[in-house]
Design a binder for this molecule. Structure first.
Ligand code: SAH
Length: 219
């Protein structure tokens, strides 16, 4: 086992399993995806620490536990198609790519989208498509989705995401403002109605765009 593989084993054991994530497929994905490749060179030594890390543009790659927890809560199946909003480094999308057939991920910053696209090619994660646009509008052309993961805090669940979710599908997203967000899981039931569960308090950067936070309201 090389240094990074060893660091990932320890990360999974101490940060993720210990806090109760136990889906074997999620744990396997967290052991495989080389998180250090998704951060700048000078931060690689911290890639497996129990914390988020800066990725430029005032954005962050989420803490490993939060990535694993959100992924587990989506209850994914191998044949699923997943939409992610907020590609950032691409790490969360890469974890999802290990568990499902196809991942579409949307990022508003061109530079971050380009970085993520490049690393997916380097790592041969060929079931991830990175798109640069306003993800709060969803991705109508490829809808409906089995699951949608939003990696940025939203004032409420964007209506397009509800519309683009299959019956039986799941959305996971942080709802709230700066410093007071709750991770929510929304399920679309057979009659089309929604079931909302509040999971854990979290800290995310804001979702911007049409259904996101507008500059002055994020406090
Ligand atoms: N999941 C990422 C981290 C997400 S950080 C990872 O694994 O690294 C949140 C990201 O959401 C940031 O990159 C930010 O630019 C992006 N974002 C915010 N609002 C957005 C929007 N409306 N559409 C697309 N991306 C958005």
């Amino acid at each position: 086992m090389n240094f990074e593989e060893h660091a990932r084993e320890k990360m999974v054991r101490d940060q993720i399993q210990r806090r109760g994530v136990n889906d074997p497929n999620v744990l396997a994905a967290m052991r495989i995806v080389p998180r250090h490749r998704f951060v700048e060179n000078d931060l690689q030594s911290m890639a497996y620490h129990d914390r988020p890390l800066p990725i430029g543009f005032d954005q962050t790659i989420s803490q490993p536990y939060v990535v694993a927890y959100m992924t587990e809560q989506l209850q994914l199946k191998p044949e699923n198609t997943v939409l992610e909003i907020g590609t950032g480094s691409g790490y969360q999308a890469a974890v999802l790519s290990q568990l499902v057939r196809q991942v579409y991920t949307i990022e508003r910053f061109q530079e971050l989208a380009d970085f993520a696209r490049k690393i997916m090619i380097q790592l041969n994660y060929d079931n991830v498509q990175v798109i640069c646009q306003d993800g709060s509008l969803g991705l109508k052309n490829y809808a409906p989705f089995d699951a949608i993961l939003v990696g940025a805090a939203s004032p409420a669940v964007p209506q397009p995401l509800i519309d683009q979710l299959k019956i039986g599908g799941r959305i996971i997203l942080p709802v709230g403002g700066s410093g007071h967000q709750i991770l929510q899981r929304i399920k679309k039931l057979p009659d089309g109605s929604l079931e909302t569960e509040e999971l854990i308090p979290v800290v995310f950067v804001p979702l911007r765009g049409f259904y996101g936070w507008h500059e002055d309201d994020w406090k």
